[in-house]
Design a protein around this ligand. Structure first.
Ligand code: GLU
Length: 335
């Protein structure tokens, strides 16, 4: 990919963006979807449909070591079973693909070299342990706060650090600045971070040479012309980093809708690993049909009465766009 090709992709995305709402659902194929994932998927679908917009399905399969074979296909078939549809995606194609992240590394490579040329990233030779030992403030919202160790190394220092770990590549970190980055989340309201104080320079390409989620997600949302990002509230604290990357690409950030996390009876967040709330278990072992799942999810957001049975299409008829902005989430939403 060269600069001209990349600029053409950006321009094409801008044109699509101007035509109306473009939402997306971006699952990672690392296991069966649980009710929390399904609730976010339903929310993304409703947001796009109630806005008369388009929904993009993107498979976030970059982190190959975590990918589970067959999971991508299972996720798409589960979402269809629920009654959700999308306009662009890995299985249906579309004008701004490819829609599997693993097929987009040439694009991420280009963005990294562009950031390198602009002096926005630097090579970092620190292991996680080095960062842990050097960090003065242990944790910010994004984990360990990087203390800037490799920010300004001379070529000789870089060589010396590489020689100490000859079999490992450096990671690349994005240089952050001392300014507050605020977002006005449609559901969660204002959220602000000072990246220099709260996060530090963050990884955009890992030492194992895989592109980091933060970089890939922003490049994809920018190049797929996404206007609205609906996702779980666990990613709220990633958003200021992503806004910094949108700014670096000179692309207006989308609107963000961070949907509260679903919790179990003991207040713990649902996880794919636990499996008890996976759609597979509810459907195949407990006999739930799609209207029961939709009713359960919609009730957990305060949109219908508990115990309701209705299809996704019927739920769409019942709701107004404004209902999406203030979901009421009771404490417990377990099946
Ligand atoms: N792929 C991420 C996940 O499944 C979601 C990323 C996003 O929506 O920004 O948790």
């Amino acid at each position: 990919m060269n600069e001209l090709e990349f600029d053409n992709l950006l321009e094409k995305a801008r044109q699509f963006r101007r035509q109306g709402v473009r939402g997306r659902y971006a699952p990672s194929p690392t296991g069966s979807l649980h009710l929390g994932n399904l609730r976010t998927a339903l929310f993304s679908w409703l947001q796009a449909r109630l806005a008369d917009g388009q929904l993009v399905m993107r498979m976030e399969d970059l982190d190959q070591p975590r990918v589970v074979a067959g999971s991508a296909e299972e996720i798409l078939s589960d979402l269809r079973w629920l009654g959700l549809t999308w306009d662009e995606g890995p299985d249906v194609g579309g004008p701004l693909g490819p829609y599997d992240q693993s097929a987009r590394t040439a694009i991420y490579d280009h963005v990294l070299s562009r950031f390198r040329d602009q002096g926005l990233v630097f090579r970092c030779y620190c292991s996680r342990r080095d960062v842990r030992e050097a960090a003065s403030a242990p944790h910010g919202p994004g984990g360990l706060i990087y203390p800037g160790t490799c920010r300004a190394l001379s070529p000789a220092e870089e060589e010396e650090r590489q020689a100490r770990r000859p079999d490992r590549s450096p990671s690349y970190r994005f240089l952050v600045t001392h300014e507050a980055i605020s977002i006005d989340d449609v559901i969660s309201g204002n959220y602000s971070e000072n990246l220099a104080e709260d996060v530090g320079d963050f990884v955009v390409r890992r030492a194992d040479e895989l592109f980091a989620y933060q970089l890939a997600v922003v490049v994809d949302d920018a190049l797929m012309g996404i206007t609205d990002v609906v996702r779980g509230a666990d990613l709220l604290s990633s958003t200021p980093r992503q806004v910094a990357l949108f700014n670096a690409l000179d692309v207006e950030p989308p609107r963000f809708w961070h949907v509260p996390m679903m919790v179990d009876d003991s207040g713990e967040r649902l996880s794919k690993r636990d499996g008890s709330d996976s759609l597979r278990v509810l459907r195949d072992e407990r006999g739930w049909d799609a209207p029961r799942v939709i009713g359960h999810l919609a009730a957990s957001l305060g949109w219908v009465d508990p115990g309701s049975h209705l299809s996704a299409a019927e739920l769409l008829q019942e709701l107004n766009y404004d209902d999406l902005k203030s979901p009421a989430c009771p404490e417990t939403s377990r099946a």
